[in-house]
Design a protein around this ligand. Sequence first.
Ligand code: FAD
Ligand code: FMN
Length: 448
Amino acid sequence: MELALPWLHDPFALRGLWAALAIGGWLLLCWYCLAPVWRHRRRSSTARADWLIAYASQSGAARQIAEQLALAARHGGQAPALLPLNELSLDELGRPTRALFVVSTYGEGEAPDNAALFWRRVRNQRPALHQLEYAVLALGDSQYADYCGFGRRLDQWLSTAGAQAAIPRTEVDRLDPDMLQQWRTRVDGLFGLPEVDASTADTFEHWVLADRQQLNPNSPGAPAWMIRLLPAAAMPRWQAGDLAQVRIGQLLRTYSIASLPEDGALELIVRQVINDDGSLGQGSGWLCQHADPGATLEIALRSNPQFHLTGPDCPTIFIGAGTGLAGLRALLKQRQRQGRRDNWLIFGERCRQHDRWLAEEIEGWAAQDLLTLDLCFSRTAEHAEYVQHRLAAKADQLRQWVDRGACIHVCGSLAGMGNAIHGLLQELLSAEQWQQLQRQNRYRRDLY
Ligand SMILES: Cc1cc2nc3c(=O)[nH]c(=O)nc-3n(C[C@H](O)[C@H](O)[C@H](O)COP(=O)(O)OP(=O)(O)OC[C@H]3O[C@@H](n4cnc5c(N)ncnc54)[C@H](O)[C@@H]3O)c2cc1C
Ligand SMILES: Cc1cc2nc3c(=O)[nH]c(=O)nc-3n(C[C@H](O)[C@H](O)[C@H](O)COP(=O)(O)O)c2cc1C
């Protein structure tokens, strides 16, 4: 019998039909797998849960501790909402009767970026939070003038709003494991959480120093090195934007990761710290000078979602100086894997002759049109400029990119560059553009 659908004999039409069926099936499978995750995210963020765990975290430590608490609570059959402070409204804070706040301090006594909007919204308001019993864990570093400043101010604000501190605010200096454990023991008792060791949220693995290469021979600046490390066991996974916690003896130092796992090595860009008396910085001295290839050290990889790429569809502006190139380089490599060319890098160092770090690679990307590249040098007789000067000179281009939905990543020194860029963006962008950048989490920083 002759078929009534003659196109079924057409091999091209049949191929199209199979392709449509395959795509349809794939979409159905995605929906089936992701629907529970989406449902869970909505549940997590609506604060309809019986209690709340809120965090404020720049480089991931407070977030990890908050996640551990939520995990322990779920093991114990409880269902707390877990979210960064920026996702919390005053209404939502008025509902739960119990809350844990795990918050670090950033900048000069300021809220981390994922809490800054919340704080701006609420700090001058006086809601009635008499229903709320809470505990604040404040992370900080006592070498900063405003030690645990944000945690203190948040605690004060909660108390003024009538909330009751179930235990007094606990301040933890440089993630001191004993202090963390003591706080955790008290909270476990109070909130009925099953006991888990919370002394450190990081898991350390053994790594081997494979080799290092100076990026700036003869530079007027201190030597900067590309440090290549290989895992003693299998290559772990990480994402562009993540951090390495490097432990050398008792010493712990944080570095931005400059490579992707696919590169086959963990790469760091480390500046040799040279103290006034000529001695070397402890961590950078070991990595850049004292350790021989083959030496071993311990590293914990820390996820740093605050600095991850937003999504492949977002044009991306990368701004950095000096070792800030590390975090930006990993992100740029990731963008290239995503096949995206709408990348704009503004990078600053000292002198054109000796400080064209990774020139072959980075200028090669620009030559292949994978990147718009602005290099600025601050010690050049004819045209000395910092990244903020170049950004100001390209204000129109900046505004166009931001209007197209661009995400801005800033990496490197906070005092030397990050603060200047932060101020400049507010000057160059309209109030609406600036607020949208922050609200949509399109302004991402890894500053130190
Ligand atoms: C999120 C984050 C990401 C980072 N990413 C990077 C990166 O990618 N690359 C990078 O190079 N760094 C990075 N850092 C900085 C890094 O963690 C270290 O702080 C840096 O390498 C210096 O450590 P150090 O042990 O060598 O110096 P330290 O020994 O800690 O010395 C640092 C400073 O302390 C003072 N000091 C210490 N000892 C003396 C002394 N005897 N006399 C006088 N002054 C003294 C000096 O001011 C000196 O400059 C990052 C930091 C953070 C928080
Ligand atoms: C750029 C920068 C600025 C900081 N400013 C402060 C500060 O003003 N006061 C403070 O107590 N700690 C400060 N810290 C220390 C952090 O609060 C501390 O390292 C904390 O453990 C980080 O937690 P997080 O990873 O959740 O952001 C600062 C850290 C960095 C990198």
